[in-house]
Write a protein that binds this ligand. Structure first.
Ligand code: ADP
Ligand code: MG
Length: 339
């Protein structure tokens, strides 16, 4: 019998990887936003057409890429962010897997326009089905613009599986908000079919939260601050009387990355014990800084789950920090009353 095992062609391997990284248009937005942040952009603009199904374009004023880097950026496992396995334990960047652009280029038509500040001309590359189909020197502003067109054009099952424009736009807005809440010092905008959904100037945390959630948000925020060896906590919780009927306003960021953590959520809820009406959920925007060595982000391709070394200590510190903040705020009305 002949041997039967062979290596898959790159294009097929990329398409398989894409299955994990890119579930829907919002996943593309997340990956591209993270790349722009890693490229030190101070201004990032997002344009989408038909909920990102037709077009997703992200324009940043970051460091840009050389011609060689621009070509390489679409190869699988090609990254400028880590060099060795040890680097995984001291990650300062959002990306490190070198998979996003290769994955996206396997399942969409991609146009990249990029220029480094020091270069006179930029590079324009078009890719279809993981193949570079054109590459030209071109006029480009410094930074990078990536257009992703016709997502899942070659995977009909995925394309048909996408939800209505309303639902897909909601997912995009969620990702956009998570990233922009984590980076108030970067200006962001989001435009959908030529209507402007967000225009966020560079600002501080409190103002960014208010700009995104609008209305009376500013009044309801109670600051939380705690500094320990294990974790530095900053951010805000919503006053109990503003608690919501849904979990829509619950955000944890660990080292500037939005994460989901039912366990830490429980710590917050425990701190609110006795203060909330039934079936209501506290709002929170909590920013945790920990030593990169003490977490593992590499447990899922989308990186929204994290393993902490010392989860129990974190739980206790978080709960007591929030209790403390709520306590301080509770004292104020009593003093007023006594006067
Ligand atoms: P990763 O982010 O994990 O490194 P990606 O596939 O997302 O992998 O990107 C590959 C590489 O392309 C990055 O490491 C970076 O060097 C480069 N790159 C991607 N997007 C940008 C951008 N907006 N500006 C500058 N360089 C970029
Ligand atoms: Mg990336």
């Amino acid at each position: 019998m002949k041997d039967v095992i062979h290596l898959l062609p790159d294009h097929v391997a990329n398409q398989i990887a894409a299955g994990e990284v890119v579930q829907r248009p919002a996943s593309v937005i997340k990956e591209l936003l993270e790349n722009s942040i890693d490229a030190q952009a101070s201004n990032i603009q997002v344009y989408i057409k038909e909920a990102g199904k037709i077009l997703i374009r992200i324009v940043d004023n970051g460091v840009g890429m050389s011609l060689t880097d621009a070509r390489l950026s679409f190869e699988r496992h090609a990254t400028s962010k880590i060099k060795s396995a040890e680097d995984l334990f001291s990650l300062q960047t959002k990306g490190f897997r070198g998979e996003a652009l290769a994955s996206i280029a396997a399942i969409a038509h991609v146009e990249l326009k990029t220029r480094r500040e020091e270069d006179e001309v930029g590079t324009c590359i078009r890719i279809e089905g993981s193949e570079i189909i054109s590459q030209d020197a071109c006029v480009a502003s410094s930074g990078t613009s990536i257009s992703v067109k016709n997502l899942f054009y070659n995977i009909p099952a995925r394309r048909n599986f996408l939800k209505s424009d309303t639902v897909e736009t909601r997912h995009i807005i969620d990702e956009f908000q998570r990233v922009s809440l984590a980076h108030p010092h970067i200006a962001f905008s989001l435009v959908h079919n030529s209507s402007e959904l967000f225009q966020l100037p560079d600002t501080n945390y409190r103002q960014r939260i208010t700009n995104i959630l609008g209305g009376k948000t500013n009044e309801k925020l109670v600051p939380v601050n705690e500094n320990t060896e294990i974790v530095k906590i900053s951010g805000f919780v919503g006053k109990p009387e503003y608690a919501k009927r849904t979990r829509g306003e619950q955000f944890f960021f660990v080292n500037d990355r939005f994460i989901k953590s039912p366990y830490l959520n429980h710590a917050v809820t425990a701190a609110f014990e006795g203060l909330l009406k039934d079936k209501s959920y506290p709002s929170y925007f909590l920013y945790l800084k920990v030593d990169p060595k003490s977490i593992d982000i590499n447990i899922h391709p989308t990186k929204t789950e994290i393993k902490f070394d010392d989860e129990h200590a974190l739980y206790a510190i978080l709960r007591s920090a929030i209790k403390h903040s709520l306590g301080q705020f509770n004292v104020a009305p009593v003093l007023d009353f006594e006067r």
